[in-house]
Design a binder for this molecule. Structure first.
Ligand SMILES: C[S@@+](CC[C@H](N)C(=O)[O-])C[C@H]1O[C@@H](n2cnc3c(N)ncnc32)[C@H](O)[C@@H]1O
Length: 453
């Protein structure tokens, strides 16, 4: 696919003698990466490294390159949320944000969920993670990624940045703005990035980024950090967006953080009146590392007001918890969830101190436990994906390399002489979904929309 002439001319002007290496890399093969989900696989050296030909990405401890011939995206482990397929450079964002358990974190432009799932892994289920996506269709995909990854402390919203800013002034410790951008860094990965690019895209995207970043700054508590990233090379975005942010908000400063030996410094001279601190931002070039084009900056809010604490989501008092769930819990689980709440017939377990989502478009809040029906409780797929083998009373473990697991993923019933009742289906110890054992068969409860064709 030929790259746009106007893009190449600009990059030649900017890169000078590095330009031939850049073009060679842009015309070469792309990099393939996956990121281990520590909520599912706590070992940094995963036991399946050889199966997918994994070797580490130096800038993210969970990140690995894989051999594309091994197709990890079409494997039971993928469905179990053991890893997330993510382009290696994109892993720099979560690694730089590096949220800690207990923090309040917002991923403002979050679909399909690459950064959200990375952030959630580092938070270890503790604290509040709000993952927002403005586009309704993409928000559903984001919600699915959160479900597959077994995340318990995330609220997924489908809102504009402004509506969130009205709701959460001065609230977050860490905000990630992985901004909609002109996508030049994806030219090698996706043909559509080339066909959709126009010469004026960077200027238009830059204006939109300014609006999104205004909202992000207002939602940061004093002392909080903002990670801004794009997958483009255009300096109107990237250094330009950071410079305009510094001009508008004297309380914001570029933070000096260790990057990686393969990252190049941001270029103050590529934007008008570029502040020297722009050299503390990061450019990821495909001719300098094995990954696609990216830009990332970490900024800190040094001053401002902490917002009023938002109202918290209401939980059910013990005596209002549906008996159907209590029966299910005692007959099937070895774990007890707290902070339960009902939305219609859906029962959820909320993280501590989750803000009230009323009035916002909320797709998911905390962990979906299941549906309360008349006289019975039906566990949610999300619950299965958040459980470990030891959390369920009945389990069946289907080895990933044997055909039975594929039959389960296709929606078939499976012969199984286990005890009757809800049964957590695992593959090599990782939870995959539910089945219900009865009379020597495991009835399939893998969701219809996710079944392998
Ligand atoms: C680069 S993508 C995000 C990728 C995501 N962070 C990930 O790692 O999977 C940017 C997202 O911003 C969303 N977006 C577009 N316009 C927006 C706006 N005005 N405000 C907020 N988000 C917007 C897009 O729908 C898109 O999903």
């Amino acid at each position: 696919m030929a790259l746009p002439t106007a893009f190449l001319t600009r990059m030649e002007r900017l890169l000078g003698e590095e330009y031939p290496d850049f073009v060679r890399a842009m015309e070469g093969p792309r990099a393939f990466g996956l990121r281990i989900n520590p909520l599912k696989e706590p070992q940094t050296e995963p036991p399946f490294a050889a199966r997918f030909g994994l070797h580490p990405v130096s800038w993210a401890r969970e990140g690995y390159y894989y051999d594309p011939e091994t197709r990890p995206g079409r494997h039971p482990y993928y469905e179990a949320g053991v890893y997330y397929i993510q382009e290696p450079s994109a892993m720099a964002v979560g690694a730089l944000a590096d949220p800690k358990p207990g923090e309040r974190v917002l991923d403002l432009c979050a679909a399909p969920g690459g950064k959200t799932t990375h952030l959630a892994g580092r938070m270890q289920g503790e604290g509040i993670l709000i993952a927002n996506e403005i586009h309704p269709g993409r928000a559903k995909i984001l919600s699915q990624s959160v479900e597959r990854a077994g995340i318990r402390n995330c609220m997924v919203t489908n809102e504009t940045p402004q509506r969130l800013a009205d709701r959460f002034p001065g609230y977050f410790d860490c905000i990630v703005v992985d901004a909609p951008c002109s996508g030049e860094g994806m030219f090698r990965k996706e043909e559509i990035a080339v066909t959709e690019w126009t010469e004026d895209a960077p200027v238009k995207c830059a204006a939109r980024q300014d609006e999104i970043l205004d909202c992000a700054v207002s939602m940061l508590r004093p002392g909080g950090r903002l990670v801004y990233s794009t997958c483009t090379f255009a300096p109107e975005e990237d250094e330009g967006s950071v410079q305009r942010l510094l001009d508008r908000y004297p309380e914001m400063q570029v933070e000096t953080v260790p990057g990686d030996a393969h990252f190049a410094p941001g270029r103050p001279e590529w934007t008008e009146n570029g502040h020297p601190s722009l050299a503390q931002t990061f450019r990821l070039f495909p001719h300098r590392l094995d990954g696609e084009g990216h830009f990332a900056a970490v900024l800190r809010k040094t001053d401002g007001q902490t917002g009023r604490a938002p109202a918290l989501a209401q939980c059910l008092p013990d005596k209002k918890i549906p008996g159907e769930y209590r029966t299910f819990e005692s007959e099937n689980l070895r774990v007890k969830f707290k902070n339960l709440t009902l939305c219609g017939d859906q029962l959820w377990a909320l993280p501590d101190d989750l803000p009230d989502g009323n009035g916002l478009r909320v797709l998911r809040q905390g962990l979906q436990l299941g549906t309360v029906r008349k006289g019975r409780f039906e566990p949610a797929h999300a619950l299965a994906l958040a459980l470990r083998a030891e959390d369920a009373l009945r389990v069946i473990d289907l080895p990933a390399e044997q055909p039975l697991v594929e039959r389960y993923l296709r929606g078939e019933a499976i012969p199984w002489e286990g005890e009757n009742g809800w049964t957590l289906v695992l593959t090599d110890g990782y939870s995959l979904g539910w089945g219900k054992t009865s009379g020597g068969m495991l009835k399939n409860h893998y969701p219809k929309g996710l079944r392998w064709k």
